[in-house]
Design a protein. Structure first.
Length: 357
């Protein structure tokens, strides 16, 4: 029996069949195969069970609290990060207005962007200008000076590694399949794929990030193709076996047209993977995303919005519906330990040639 169990665990095809079995069938087979019981999966957080934050009544008060945290005596990076995440702006009047609109309508999108401009303190958004870092990173140590390693926090690094593992499990093909990552940042996951033999491509609006990826790849004797560009752009004419967004898709202002365009960038059998996105439970009326989608209202997001970045959040069912409307068959995979590893993988729907609703 142990040999049969080992074959189930070791054989890739058997693992794929196992993952697609209904939970009831898995439960019946576990004792037969001698497999351990799975870790319990906690329910998605809701307003009753979410960690309590620090309610902040006004945007001016939020800015003051962020400044106070930044000017306080130095603390560990993770402690500051957590403190900024706990700040939560009370829902402004625009929240009720957005909830009364069709979230797929132009009126909703325009109102969401108006709220974003209010949070930013200025109108207009240009990713080529606003999504840039505004500082150099070439003096960073390649092995210990980049996120998440520079936090020096085992729990936070574990969250990132959980997310990396979730994305690995979602990849549709083994090496040497082709992978394109949008918003690759410093490329920590993409470089891991390159080490495995995947043919890796990175697109980012920030050339500082791309130079860091190239430096790391050169130091490791790897090849990662890099191009500066916006989401949906880069490597004209090429198709890929997988397109990845890790903590990046929420920077897409026009995400519906983007989702439609991405279908044409995949090879047959290819897959879109979204991981580490700010996805919250449906129907939330307070918290970081108290509407189907829109700018996030927690402290660390508002600080980034003021810097110029697009920082959207999504309620789960809205994002799944958006993918379906854009011509995808999406699957949401909840991680048992961390929201950062929650993942959506999607394949183009065969009956939707143009990605229409």
């Amino acid at each position: 029996m142990s040999r049969l169990r080992d074959k189930v665990i070791a054989h890739p095809a058997a693992r794929r069949v196992w993952r697609h079995l209904p939970p009831g069938a898995q439960a019946r087979l576990r004792p037969v195969l001698g497999l351990p019981e799975p870790l319990p999966t906690p329910p998605p957080p809701d307003e009753a069970t979410s960690p309590s934050g620090e309610a902040v009544e006004t945007l001016e008060a939020m800015r003051a609290r962020i400044q106070a945290l930044r000017e306080a005596p130095p603390t560990e990076a993770r402690a500051l990060y957590d403190a900024l995440c706990r700040l939560m702006l009370d829902p402004p009047p625009e929240v009720a207005e957005l909830r009364a609109l069709d979230p797929f309508s132009p009126e909703y999108a325009a109102r969401a962007m108006e709220l974003l401009a209010t949070l930013r303190g200025r109108p207009g958004y240009d990713p080529l200008r606003d999504e840039r870092l505004g500082h150099g990173m070439q003096d960073r140590d390649l092995w210990s000076g980049l996120s998440p390693w520079d936090f020096r926090d085992p729990a936070l690094v574990a969250e990132f590694l959980d997310a990396h593992a979730a994305m690995l499990r979602a990849l549709p093909l083994p090496p040497p399949a082709t992978v394109l990552e949008y918003g690759a940042g410093t490329g920590q996951f993409l470089l891991s794929l390159a080490r495995m033999g995947y043919r890796c491509h990175a697109v980012d609006v920030e050339p500082e990030y791309l130079r860091l990826i190239e430096r790391q790849a050169e130091a490791m004797g790897l090849s990662v193709a890099c191009e500066q560009g916006l989401f949906g752009e880069g490597f004209d004419g090429q198709r890929f076996d997988a397109i990845l967004f890790f903590e990046a898709f929420h920077h897409a202002a026009d995400f519906m047209p983007l989702l439609r365009r991405l279908r044409a960038r995949l090879n047959p059998g290819g897959r879109l993977i979204l991981c580490g996105e700010p996805i919250v439970p449906d129907g939330m009326t307070t918290g970081p995303v108290p509407y189907p989608w829109g700018p996030r209202l927690d402290g660390i997001s508002i600080e980034a919005i003021e810097r110029g970045w697009m920082e959207l959040g999504f309620q789960k069912e809205f994002l799944l519906k958006a993918l379906r409307r854009a011509g995808w068959d999406p699957v949401f995979v909840q991680h048992p330990a961390t929201f950062r590893a929650h993942l959506i993988h999607a394949t183009p729907r065969e009956d939707s040639a143009h990605g229409s609703a």
